[in-house]
Design a protein around this ligand. Structure first.
Ligand SMILES: [Zn+2]
Length: 171
């Protein structure tokens, strides 16, 4: 997916933020960050790896890595008595796993690495056009991305309006 990761992070973190208003900013911030974090590997892909291997094969696109990171973070928060912040670990994990699910729609990901080489690709996008990205932009799966963007944009606009009303009432 190209453009729907960030809005999907908003959609996923929003219900948690509404349920925990005292941590709402942190929850939405974590949701947005972790919804795009795996794709930071594109810097390595273009600048260092010189596009030799698909960036979806890097460890930041493997669920096992994020499950391990979440388990370690949760353990330290729990052990240090900061259990109210465990919600941030949960939102981060949900957002990052949603990123991997969305990547698996039109590209293949190794969901069971390092235990198995099985790759998951829900929809095959045929290579019909050049440059390569037109194959994805002109495929029906891109409509799904636009839908996610529209829903997230609509809800964000509503939330912003409600937040401004609250702020102006408090001033
Ligand atoms: Zn990705």
């Amino acid at each position: 997916m190209f453009i729907a990761h960030l809005p999907a992070g908003y959609l996923l973190s929003r219900p948690f933020a509404r349920r925990h208003p005292e941590q709402a900013k942190a929850i939405v911030g974590v949701g947005l960050l972790f919804s795009v974090l795996p794709d930071f590997d594109l810097a390595y892909f273009y600048l260092i790896d010189q596009r030799r291997s698909p960036h979806h094969d890097y460890w930041v696109h493997m669920p096992a890595f994020w499950l391990l990171v979440a388990a370690i973070a949760a353990f330290f928060l729990w052990a240090s008595g900061r259990r109210r912040h465990l919600i941030l670990v949960g939102v981060g994990l949900i957002s990052v796993l949603a990123h991997l699910v969305m990547d698996s729609i039109a590209a293949d990901l190794s969901w069971l690495q390092p235990f198995s080489d099985v790759r998951v690709n829900l929809v095959h996008v045929p290579a019909l056009y050049k440059p390569w990205y037109l194959n994805f932009l002109l495929h029906w799966t891109f409509a799904f991305e636009l839908l996610i963007m529209a829903v997230a944009g609509g809800l964000a606009a509503c939330d912003l309006r409600a937040w401004r009303v609250v702020e102006s009432g408090a001033a």
